[in-house]
Write a protein that binds this ligand. Structure first.
Ligand SMILES: Cc1cc2nc3c(=O)[nH]c(=O)nc-3n(C[C@H](O)[C@H](O)[C@H](O)COP(=O)(O)OP(=O)(O)OC[C@H]3O[C@@H](n4cnc5c(N)ncnc54)[C@H](O)[C@@H]3O)c2cc1C
Length: 439
């Protein structure tokens, strides 16, 4: 394996999460020479364990579905929410999805994707952090710190195009000062940690021991409470529990106080305390993300593209993060291939791509925040996306947004996009609240 970082390449990718690794795979499959620099050693810790079945269409394109299936991640059939005391259940199969959602350990999932990119011929270097990119000439020059062998060596690599897939550190949005914090009533942060021996919620609405996973498929369990909402996601050997909390609630708390708060809350909240009654908190597993929802005003230019969380992130209530990363990687790489073929059109191609990216991020933000038209959302772009989506997919979104009391916004957009009548006709027999959960 080549351990020397080249002095130049065609596309330089910053970050080896799902956005960066999938962009790398698309490009190398099309014969583009790619170098990917990742500051961590994989497997590395990451949050975001609930995957919706939409991801399979992207993993099929990448040719990595089989490798994911071989991992035997936990398959989920849908979700159950308790929102303002109303219980709802969603089953993906009802909306035409043949393949399941997944609960994945992200360190393993992300490593499968990154290894796959490397096997396709992307040159991947771990423990190499990008510091900045100089765009003063047509060909960007990337400065990195190579931390392999525990030596902090500063090097440079020249390329035609940079992909920023650096996740929430949003390297280029910070460099260009175009990263905006979302302004919303739903101003959240997140605290999450892991438990051993939690019970889980099965598709039959009963609680089960971990040993029953092979016989009773789980659902993702989500619940609202007075400070925000929470998730409970059973993994193969542990369970991820996260509290999404109004920022004000944790003001001034240090790390130790946050842990006390988290553990106490988990043991007092209805349903959750029942699921955790025989569980043990895994010491030192608590993590915190204060820098929550944000977006980038500009994501694409003729010689750079920002994708995945590097371009934006919003409250993960709809589990859109990985889907978003895959989608943006796919369209950015189409744009890059077109640019490499027709460099004279590079600015035009980048602005078309910018539109598509902003469209998807806008859609996610308007769904999750319920403030269609604010926070950089373009109503026209969102409407045109909705018009192009299959009815069943729209119905699933409607159900998910109704389950979490965020549907008013979606209904308004669907109405303005002219799809509401057809959608509501199809939908309203399907999803009445259910009456029990035996946890
Ligand atoms: C609390 C919370 C819950 C979530 N839940 C879900 C969920 O249930 N389902 C879902 O689909 N999504 C969820 N998400 C979102 C999901 O985690 C992200 O959308 C997803 O990880 C984005 O992938 P990415 O490749 O863009 O970024 P990342 O996965 O963050 O990868 C970025 C990579 O870039 C590397 N990097 C950063 N800076 C540099 C640098 N300067 N040089 C080199 N490398 C660098 C990092 O080490 C990292 O490996 C959640 C997010 C949060 C915060």
């Amino acid at each position: 394996m080549n351990t020397e970082i080249p002095k130049q390449c065609t596309v330089l990718i910053v970050g080896g999460g799902p956005a960066g690794s999938s962009a790398a795979t698309h490009l190398v499959k099309n014969g583009v020479d790619v170098v990917l620099l990742e500051k961590e050693v994989f497997p590395r810790n990451q949050v975001g364990e609930s995957l919706i079945p939409h991801i399979w269409k992207y993993t099929d394109q990448l040719g990595v579905s089989e490798k994911i299936e071989q991992q035997n991640f936990i398959k989920k059939s849908g979700g159950i929410t308790v929102w303002n005391d109303q219980i709802h259940q969603i089953l993906f199969a009802k909306y035409g999805y043949i393949r399941p959602g997944l609960h994945v350990e992200r360190d393993v999932f992300d490593q499968v994707l990154l290894n796959h990119a490397q096997e396709q011929n992307a040159s991947v270097f771990n423990k190499v952090a990008v510091k900045k990119v100089d765009f003063s000439n047509d060909n960007p020059v990337v400065t990195y710190i190579d931390k392999r062998d525990n030596v902090n060596f500063e090097g440079k690599i020249k390329c035609r195009i940079v992909i920023d897939a650096s996740g929430h550190s949003s390297l280029l949005s910070h460099q260009f000062d175009v990263r905006e914090a979302v302004v919303s009533e739903l101003k959240f942060l997140s605290l999450w940690g892991y438990f051993k021996n939690s019970r889980y919620v099965g598709v039959d609405r009963q609680s089960h021991f971990m040993e029953e996973l092979p016989s009773v498929p789980p659902v993702t369990f989500v619940m609202s409470y007075e400070d925000g909402w929470l998730w409970h996601i059973v993994l193969r050997e542990k369970t991820s529990v996260g509290l999404v909390i109004h920022t004000d609630k944790l003001k001034g708390l240090d790390k130790a106080q946050r842990e006390v708060f988290f553990r106490q809350r988990c043991l007092t909240l209805p349903y959750l305390r029942d699921l955790l009654r025989d569980a043990q908190f895994i010491e030192n597993s608590l993590q915190f993300r204060p820098d929550y929802s944000y977006y980038s005003r500009k994501t694409c230019n003729k010689n750079y593209y920002c994708i995945g969380d590097a371009a934006g992130f919003v409250d993960p209530i709809f589990s859109h993060g990985i889907q978003n990363a895959f989608y943006n990687a796919a369209i950015a790489t189409l744009a890059i291939m077109a640019t490499l073929k027709t460099p004279e059109k590079s600015s035009r191609i980048a602005s078309l791509c910018e539109n598509r990216m902003q469209q998807f991020y806008s859609f996610s933000r308007s769904l999750s925040l319920g403030d269609y038209g604010r926070n950089g959302v373009s109503p026209d772009l969102v409407k045109s996306l909705i018009k192009s989506m299959p009815m069943l997919e729209l119905e699933l979104i409607l159900v998910a947004s109704e389950m979490t009391n965020r549907s008013e916004n979606f209904k308004k957009i669907a109405h303005e996009a002219g799809v509401w009548d057809r959608l509501s006709e199809q939908h309203y027999d399907n999803n009445d609240p259910i009456s029990y959960l035996s946890l």
